[in-house]
Design a protein around this ligand. Sequence first.
Ligand code: ADP
Ligand code: ZN
Ligand code: ZN
Length: 739
Amino acid sequence: MAEYSPNIIRVAVPSPLRRLFDYLVPQDSQQKDDGGRADVGCRVAVTFGRQEVVGLIVAITNSSDIDIDKLKPINKLLDSVPLIPSSLFELFNWAANYYQYPIGDALFSTLPTLLRRGEGLPDLSTRYWQLTEKESPINDEVFARAPNQQALFDRLKENGSVPDSIISTEFSRSALAALEKKGLVESTLQSDEGIELTNILKQDPLPLNDSQSRALNNIDQHRFNCYLLDGVTGSGKTEIYLQAIDTALRYGRQALVLIPEISLTPQTEERFRDRFNAPIVTLHSGLTDKQRLLAWTKAKTGAAKIILGTRSAIFTPLCDPGLIIIDEEHDQSYKQQEGFRYSARDLAVIRARKEEIAIILGSATPSIESLRNCDLGRYKHLVLADRAGSAVQPDWSVIDLKSEQCEAGVSASTLLAIEQTISNGHQALVFLNRRGFAPAIICHQCGWTADCRSCDSRLTVHRARNRLICHHCEYQQGIPHLCPGCQSQQLVPVGEGTERSEEYLAKCFPTTKILRVDRDSTRKKGAMKAVYDTANSGEPCILIGTQMLAKGHHFPNVTLVAVLDADSGLFSPDFRSHERLGQLLTQVAGRSGRGDVRGQVYIQTHQPQHPLLEILTTKSYVSFAKTIMAERDLLQLPPFRYMALVRAESERSGEAEMLLRTARQIAESHVMPSKKLEYLGPLPAMMEKRAGRYRYTLQISADKRSLIQPLLASLSIALENHRSARKVRWSIDVDPQEL
Ligand code: ADP
Ligand code: ZN
Ligand code: ZN
């Protein structure tokens, strides 16, 4: 085999420039001392401008657009083996192309911080202590006044070897030091990598019911297959995940599990830890840089067998991937909404295909995209129609707000239902997707309202903090006592947020515990845990909160769920708002009656006759989804067409719109509009001014992905080189989830 001697490497460096940079690898630094060599996926230290930066090798070539004499040599090769395995590297390449994002930024924005700074991988080996060959002290005098040394000595004699961590927790370090000084003990390092699992399960799996068994038996883990596990809340999807993971581990492979929010749903993590002895790591935003790197490294080396994480965990290197699971696949948090605008769910499917492994997308309210993929035969549809165990689906009631007395957003019938629930010894969950006390403050005399100076929005009243706060840019100020317009004292909060409804409920139920869950109430560490503890204790209480309460919790004693305002989702201009509303209502409703008592769901609305609400409350999410699907087909919206948005924002009004007009001209000169490729815009974004910037969008849609992709590629290059692109922030959003 010919000696492979790379000369020129193409390097991604962290910089806003959308391009790669070429460097030379001098003969003498091609190889590290340990035999590793410059390879795709390794890091290098290079001089960039006047600084030394850490870069990542993206390609190895033997030609460059720049004169070879002008290329700088690298300063140092930092890795002897690629940090990013080749299959994952391919995924990055795919994602960078598909989402029109520079590969360098894509790589760097997802890499653990310490690796970006050039640090090495942590040592995963464990130190073990054992007795030396030296003859054991025969007379007990050696330990006469040293019971700690005696205890440790005896333990080592009995066990053979003991990990360092156990000595730290159960014995004294000074006893260990003393024994070492006497030459009685010594240590060795043993690697955790590729540990054999002899005893995978900590807890027995549940015996599956018929539909669960059918679903599990259908999952073939020997090749690429995408399964949509479509099961109503409480139908036992998690149990299927656990058993499928068990299978993957038995094959000696790893499982990657994505969930929308780890901090909100510690119960999910707990279930995994309760079930498996196999080492689990979790990757989420709460980790320190060190913890993150450690977890990342364990995934990469195979020391971790189950990798649980949120969105960005899709980019975790795995040594032997066997199964990917995306829980709550419809959840919006899988789409990154800024910078590298990828969909972790969609990338997971691509990754599974590249790795030739199975992937399970699970949800009680599958996205229209995934249901469409089932219709097209791309995904296999596995259905769990009933709740596991004894619980049955809840009973829905629609409350017509037009004909009801309402206070703080709570109607008389809802109040009565809460009262009955509490007096029966159960818990009620009240859902309102607006935090704060009231979404606006208005002068009763002159009509003045408190608006945000930087956004097209009203300031929200936060009474507990005595502030008016903009929920879009975080601007805040004190609550005025007099109207700035007419000096009257008649400033009144209008509408309701969770704080206001909480206050009212506390007045109505003075002896009942009321727990509020929203971003304000959970700011303090441990606040969420206190909520779980009370909710799980089963004592009668009222939970009131935003969508933080809607996600994946299992509170067995909640028998009533009341949705205070179902209307906001009915009239949004975003074509996805109906789908979101259906998912949210179904998910919230799913919190009701998970125990032995049948649950009730109260939906408050001014539109009781709205056909979508009717389908949702009298039929099922399945029929609801079918209706939405037909609507999308009729209107030729995604998933029946492919869509991309060019977004632009500028400080001066007009500039963003201008750039998008240019973008449209460029696009149209490339491919003429037709039914196959359509443009809409530039249009002002739904909130035109936000945080002091004017925002516009240009929608491009096509009947084939292959039509849109090359267009976006040349558009991004043209925009990058356009003179006004410096004043205007712009981005391309492929498969946008929000308009
Ligand atoms: P999902 O993930 O679909 O919401 P879970 O897996 O959390 O459903 O299951 C809901 C409840 O039913 C849990 O308390 C779980 O322990 C229980 N459960 C799941 N499968 C079974 C089964 N086969 N037999 C008995 N109980 C089950
Ligand atoms: Zn006034
Ligand atoms: Zn604002």
